[in-house]
Design a protein around this ligand. Structure first.
Ligand code: 13P
Ligand code: SF4
Length: 368
């Protein structure tokens, strides 16, 4: 059943009663149910979740850590995933059959993951293998649907996260002459460039026009970039960097590699959410930072590091709207339903898709 079908069904909609409860009531409820469920419940949370949710997380992490933790946890009967849909799918694929994964709000999707659908990918593969022969290995950012991971698994490729993209792309280019990198062109371009591949050896596949975008010299091409992006990170732009460079040249600019190549090149450093957190954790007192990533995380870094001067690279930045769908009412409802033995919003990836997607995820987990 698609997410839209699910949303049309009443049981995936938040009951009114939770909308009327105060934050204090919801917080008390969540604390009580969490305690009552004990080790039957596991609650992972991505760093982009808001503060009032992440405080309940048994573990907070980036996409790699959350995938590793999901694979390691064999005990919890229920995994209530505070993140977005593709992360909950990954958890479902990596957990055991007796474990149920729940996403408190089914509307917590990811616009980047939606930029590569299965049929587009099949058509792209047909065209690209026709043009380049058997020289391509597909790689997908974990920010993709289970179907795309399954496609990659079936074709001998692997998943990557922003923490391990360099290792996996290096491995992939040892397997075949070319990679097809889905669905984030920016992470793909930034990673390949960091590995020493020049821009003129990369081409962009446009899944709507069904063609390679640049004319370039196809025979030289080593990296085929899917034309997808993160609508949050694309809001960090060159004028933001240029403004800071001019006004505050001593402020270090640290961005996520989902930002464009130009922004990453013009910044001082780039890395995954965990990398950004580590850099701030080890920053000298009084140092000045501009961070280019999702706002819930940037605000948390500002609040928890009063000895540093931290701002967002884009002063008008908003949080990721879909990450923000996970809120106190939805978490309280999801936990109530688990306690009542009637879980809602369970994520179940079909068996064949899950087993192929698992190949791509396990290849990644073995390599890092
Ligand atoms: P990481 O936490 O792996 O850096 O991912 C960032 C992101 O955009 C998740 O949606
Ligand atoms: Fe998707 Fe970007 Fe939001 Fe991450 S921050 S969930 S990649 S839209």
């Amino acid at each position: 059943m698609s997410a839209i079908d699910l949303l049309m069904k009443n049981e995936s909609m938040l009951p009114e009663v939770y909308k009327k409860m105060t934050d204090d009531e919801l917080t008390a409820k969540i604390s009580r149910v969490k305690k009552a469920l004990g080790s039957d419940l596991y609650l992972p949370g991505h760093h982009y979740q808001k503060d009032d949710i992440i405080r309940f997380a048994d573990a907070a992490g980036d996409s790699l850590k959350l995938a590793q933790l999901s694979a390691a946890n064999k005990e919890a009967r229920y995994v209530v995933f505070c993140g977005v849909h593709f992360m909950a799918e990954t958890a479902d694929i990596l957990t055991e059959d007796h474990q149920e994964v729940i996403l408190p709000d089914m509307r917590a999707g990811c616009s980047m993951a939606d930029m590569a659908d299965y049929r587009q990918t099949e058509r792209a593969w047909e065209a690209l293998t026709h043009q380049f022969g058997d020289t391509i290995i597909p790689i997908t950012y974990v920010n993709s649907t289970a179907e795309i991971k399954a496609f990659v698994g079936r074709h001998g490729g692997a998943c990557v996260t922003s923490s391990n993209a360099r290792q996996i792309v290096t491995w992939a280019l040892e397997q075949k002459k070319r990679i097809l990198f889905l669905p984030d062109q920016h992470l793909g371009r930034n990673t390949a460039y960091e590995l020493g591949i020049p821009l003129d050896e990369m081409l962009v596949w446009d899944p709507i026009a069904e063609e390679l975008e640049e004319s370039g010299a196809p025979e030289k091409c080593r990296v085929l970039l899917w034309k997808g992006h993160c609508s949050v990170h694309e809001n960090f732009r060159m004028p933001h960097v240029e403004h800071l460079r001019e006004k505050e040249p001593d402020r270090r600019i640290l961005v996520h590699p989902e930002c464009t190549w130009e922004v990453v090149q013009a910044s001082d450093d780039a890395g995954s959410t965990s990398y950004i957190i580590d850099q701030i954790r080890n920053a000298p007192d009084g140092s000045r930072w501009a961070i280019g990533t999702e706002m819930n995380l940037v605000n948390r870094l500002i609040d928890t590091n009063p000895h540093l001067d931290i701002i967002s690279l884009n002063p008008y930045m908003c949080p990721c709207l879909t990450m923000n769908r996970i809120d106190l009412p939805h978490l309280a409802w999801a936990l109530d339903q688990v306690e009542a033995g009637k879980p809602v919003n369970t994520i179940r990836v079909p068996e064949k898709t899950a087993s192929d997607a698992k190949k791509a995820l396990e290849r990644m987990l073995e390599l890092v």
